[in-house]
Design a protein around this ligand. Structure first.
Ligand SMILES: [Zn+2]
Length: 434
């Protein structure tokens, strides 16, 4: 265990002060933040982080899709233990989602380095803090974009060409910010991430640290509902093929679908919808929307998916529209390496922090990373489970405990604690080769 006397920020006050400073960027009047990927605010966040890291002698590198790395090298050519999360947010969202994890990672890394310097025990692995580009997928879809490229699930060329609703590409947005990088991504041995829970379990059970053992499965579809443009006044009702009516029925069908499964086993939503031409006196010709279905049970999700397609066929017939569903982002119920959970549980015990295993309902960058390297995913409590909302809150004590926890986990990972962990899923690409 790291000697507590080495840590000059044992009370975590530096962390809280830095988090307050970071939270001013893109701050909203309601106490939240608005800082979408690739926007001016994202650029300000990046400048803040770069300055923080460089003033503490990290080497900052940027890869082709804007992932930022702050490197500490002890052993030349040795792979890195990565630790981080994302700085981008949803619109009018909370200040903890993602940003907490990036700053916790930065502070934990400094503490680990301080310990290495004090003890003279050079770890076999180097250490890098990471800020993944566009985890949220609010402006550019899909979500978890930077980590998807990093893990070989998407190509950089494909991602750079993706556009936002105004037609601005990822490449244009990153270039404008000066974050269309050319550095090679660091060769990676393992990954750790800490995040707010975004649910109520830890708070309800009075537990400090969540040890994430698996992900909920998710099916996200891009849907296009096509009807025919016509006059809202003069067109006879029987002649109308109203795309917005078809889209509305799809929204409600998806909501009702969730209610057909007991115990909240299925979560569904339509969070985005664009009507064309979106004029007051024109029946909509086309609606574009994103459907989101999630469950902890793969069979429930498969059943829900089948019923969704039945609903689509019924709506097409009834409203004279054509509905096209395209798989936008699918992931299954997948487990994290048990070795990482055991490591984190042991650390929590030694630090005197209560912990429990739990699944994550939300996707995280660690969802991608766990497929290619041993990965530890930790949660800290969220007040009332509120997230993607300005009211998102994690108490200072919980935030500080999370940094202590991450520090010790990271120290052991740099010493090779997860070297022998076995990957649970087939790696799609060699991480070291990009
Ligand atoms: Zn997040």
């Amino acid at each position: 265990m790291i000697d507590p006397t080495i840590n000059t920020d044992r009370a975590g006050e530096d962390f809280i002060a830095d988090f307050t400073s970071l939270s001013r960027i893109g701050a909203t009047p309601g106490g939240g933040v608005h800082r979408l990927a690739g926007t001016v605010e994202d650029g300000q966040l990046r400048a803040w982080l770069r300055n923080w890291l460089e003033s503490r002698d990290f080497t900052v590198t940027i890869d082709a899709v804007g992932n930022m790395f702050g490197l500490i090298e002890w052993t030349p050519n040795a792979p890195y233990v990565l630790v981080g999360s994302h700085l981008d947010s949803q619109p009018m969202a909370g200040r903890f989602d993602g940003a907490y994890g990036v700053l916790a990672a930065a502070h934990a890394a400094v503490r680990v380095r301080r310990n290495v310097t004090a003890t003279g025990q050079t770890p076999p692995f180097n250490l890098a803090v990471v800020n993944w580009f566009n985890e949220e997928g609010a402006r550019f879809q899909p979500s978890m974009m930077g980590s998807s490229v990093f893990t070989g699930k998407l190509s950089a060329e494909h991602v750079l060409a993706i556009t936002d609703p105004d037609g601005v590409s990822v490449e244009q947005a990153l270039t404008a910010l000066g974050y269309r990088g050319t550095d090679a991504a660091p060769e990676t041995a393992a990954y750790a991430e800490i995040h707010i829970e975004q649910g109520r379990h830890l708070e309800k059970d009075g537990v400090s640290i969540g040890l994430v053992d698996a992900t909920w499965a998710a099916h996200k579809y891009s849907a296009v509902v096509r009807g025919e443009q016509s006059h809202t006044g003069s067109t006879v009702m029987a002649d109308r093929r109203d795309a917005l009516v078809g889209a509305s029925r799809l929204v409600v069908a998806l909501r009702d679908l969730a209610d057909t499964f007991a115990d909240s086993a299925l979560h569904t939503s339509v969070g985005q919808l664009f009507a064309l031409p979106n004029s007051p006196v024109v029946v909509a010709s086309e609606v574009r929307m994103v459907l989101d279905l999630r469950s902890a049970d793969a069979e429930v999700l498969a059943e829900a998916d089948a019923r969704l397609h039945e609903h689509v066929a019924v709506i097409e017939k009834r409203d004279g529209v054509h509905i096209e569903l395209t798989q936008a982002h699918f992931w299954g119920v997948q487990s994290y390496q048990p070795e990482g959970i055991d490591l984190a549980r042991a650390v929590a015990g030694e630090l005197g922090l209560s912990s429990q295993t739990m699944m994550t309902l939300a996707g995280h960058d660690s969802t991608n990373l766990k497929d290619v390297v041993p990965t530890v995913m930790l949660f800290v409590p969220s007040v009332d489970g509120i997230s993607h909302n300005e009211g998102e809150l994690t108490h200072d004590d919980d935030a500080r405990a999370g940094v202590d926890m991450l520090t010790e986990v990271l120290a052991r990972m740099c010493q090779g604690a997860l070297q022998d962990a076995v990957l649970q899923h087939a790696a799609p690409a060699q991480v070291a080769q990009r």
